[in-house]
Design a protein around this ligand. Sequence first.
Ligand code: BGC
Length: 745
Amino acid sequence: MQNIVSTIFNRFSSKSLPLVLLTFLLTNVSAAQDLQIERKVDNLLSSMTLKEKIGQMTQFGGINKKYEEMIKLGEVGSFLGVKGAEKINELQRLAVEKSRLGIPLIFGNDVIHGYHTTFPIPLGAAASWNPELVQLAAKIAAGEAALEGTKWTFAPMVDIARDPRWGRIAEGAGEDPYLGSVMAEAEVMGFQGNNLNNDLSIAACAKHFAAYGAAEAGRDYNTVDISERTLREVYLPPFKAAVDAGVSTLMSAFNSLNGIPASANYHILTQILRKEWGFTGFVVSDANSIGELINHGIAKDEKEAALKALTAGVDMDMGGDAFTGNVYSPNLASLVKEGKISEKLIDQSVRRILRIKFRLGLFDHPYTDTLYIKNHIPDQKLRDSAALRLAEESIVMLKNDNNLLPLRKDLTSVAVIGPLADDKYDPLGPWNCSPIPKRVTTVLDGIKNKLSPTTKIKFIKGCDIESNNKRQLDNAIRIAGQSDIVILVVGEAANMSGEAASRTNLDLPGVQEELVEKVAKVGKPTIVLLMNGRPLTIDWIAKHIPSVLECWFLGDQSGNAIANVLFGDYNPSGRLPVTFPRSVGQIPIYYDHLNTGKPFEENNKFTSKYLDSPVTPLYPFGFGLSYTTFKYENLKVEKNKIKIGGSTDVSINVTNTGKISGSEVVQLYLRDLVASVSMPVKELKGFQKIYLNPGETKTLKFIITPKMLELYDVNMKKTIEPGKCEVMIGGSSVDLLSNYFEIIK
Ligand code: BGC
C-alpha cells in the first residue's frame, strides 16, 4: 500500500492529489480474522434448518410487501436493486431482530463506475492506464454506496472484449489480459479496501465468469466457443487477478462456454475456480441465468436447472422475484429429499455465503451507520476532484495535425455543434448507478468556463444522436461558417452500449456522419470529440478532421475534463485499451495475435490480408498522443542469458523532447520467438505511467520475472521454455524499441 502512495505522489508531484484523498485510499488496514470466522460459520450452520440454508442461497430483485414475511422466516439471504439506508436498515432489522437466527441480509447493486459521483465508464478509465486512480474511484464509489446501505457491488466486470459490436465492452478494461488484470486488481482493492470489515468497504464481484466477452458475432448473450488455451491465456487472467486480490464473489455468466452454459459449468466454477485457484468466497448466478439453463437445452425444468447449477458450483441464485425466475428456493429442498443432492453440498454454498457476511462485519454492524460514513468519506469537492482527474486521464488524443490543439482562450468565435455537446445524461454512460445529472458539466459548459467573455460561442445540436432528421444541418453549416473554430461533439447515446446493446454497424449513428462531413467541408479548423462506449468506425473522420479526441463517457466531470484538454490545462495522457478497427469487417482485431504461417507482406498476395482494406487497425492498442513528444533510447537488457526461473532487469531512457510537461505510458511487451506452441507477436507484460518536464529524461527499470515468461505448453501445463525472447518498450503497441535475451536451462 505504501507503494501506491509514493507512486501517486511521484506521478503527480507537479499537480498532486490532495493529501486527504491519499490518506482515504490507505484506510482500513487490518488483518482479517479468518479462523475465528470459520468457527462462527460452523456454529451457525449447525443450527440452521434446510429451509434457512436455502434462504441464504436466495436473492430477490426489488422489494415487495410479501418479502417481509419471508425475511422473518429466514427465506431470503440477499436483495438486488434496493437502495437507501433507511429502507435497507428497515429490511435488515426484520432479518436481524425478527428472524429465528438473526442472520443479516446482504444488499447488492451494480455500482459500476460510481454511485452518485459518476466516474468514466470502465473502458474509459482503463484508457488512463492509472490503476491507482481507478482504485481511488472504486473506493469513493464504495463509500457512497455503503452510505446508502449497499454492501456489495456487482463489479468489476473483468470480461476481456475484442469485439466492439458487443455493447458490454464499455463495462470492462478492453482487449488485453494484462491491462485487464491490473485494472481488476485495482477495482477489487478499491471496493473492498484492505479489510472488508469496515463501514466504508463493500464486497466486490468479478463478473461474468467466464468468457462472456467472446460472444459469437458480438451479439450479447450469444454462444461462446473458444479453446481451453484461449480461455486460459486471454479470458481467465483478470478473474485470477481478482481472486488473488481477495475478491469476495464471482458472478457466473449467461453464455454457454464450449457447449456447457457458464452457470452450470463445473470445469470453470469448481475445477478452476475452487480447486486450482482456491477461491473461498461465493458465486452468484447472473440474473435468472440458472432458469435459463432450460433455454440452453440442458435442463428440462427449473428443478433440473437448480440441480445442475448447484452441482457445478453456483452458490446463490440471482433470481427475479420470489415467484418468478427464482429457481433455488422452490426446488432445492425437494432435490435434497429425493437424494439428488446432499445437504453437504448445500452447506458448502451456505458456508461460503456466511463467510462473506462475517468478513463484511454484517453480524456485528448490520445497519448502515450513516454518521460514521459521512465523517470518514472525503467531501464532495474532493470526490469531484478525483472524478475530474480520472476523466482527464481517460481522454485519448487520436489525432492533432499541425498542433491545432490546444486552443487559445481568447478566441474570437467558436461553434460548438453536435447532439452530445450540451447533454447531461449520455455522458453518464451505461450502467450509471444513482447519478445526479444536474451535476454533469457538459462540453458546452466546460468550453464556456474557459473562454474570455468576449468570445462568441454559438451552439447548435445539428441533429439527434439517432434519428434521421436533417432539418438542422443547414443551420449547423451556417454557424460553422461564422466561427473561427468548430468543435463537433458526436457519438453514441449511453444506452447504445452496455447490456443488450450490440450493434452490427459501428459508424456514428443517425445522420451524425453527414453532419460531421458537411460541417468539416466549410473549411474551418475542426475538432471532433467522440463520446461512445466502444471503438467506432471513424475512417472518414480520421482522414479528414485534423484533431480528434476520444472521450468515451466520462461521467460528472465530462465537460470540465474535456475543456481542460481542449485548452491545454491538462496535457492528454490516455492510451487506447482496445484496438480501433477501420471497419466492422476487420473484427475481431487485437494486437496480440499469432503470426500465421503467411504473415502480412505489402506486395505479396498470398499473405494474410484483405483485398479491400488494409490489415492494420485504424488506431492500435496502447496508442494516444500528447501535446509534447517523447523519445525512447538505450533499451538495455541486464543479462542477455537467464536461467529458467531467473529474472533480469531491463531499462530504457525516456525523454520529454517537447516544450511542455506531460505524462507518458511506457509499455513493455515480450515475444517468445520459438516455443513449443505458437505465441503472440507481442504481449503486454508491464507499464509505467510517468510524468516528465520538458527536456527531462528518466531511466525506467522493469524486471522480467519468471511469471512473465510462462506459457501453456501442448499439454496445457504452465512452463518456461528455453529459447530466445524479444523485449520491446515504447509508447504504443506499434511504436517500440527492441532487444533480446535468451532463456537457458
Ligand atoms: C447483468 C449483470 C448485472 C445483473 C444485476 C444482469 O442482467 O448481466 O451484469 O450485475 O443484471 O443487475
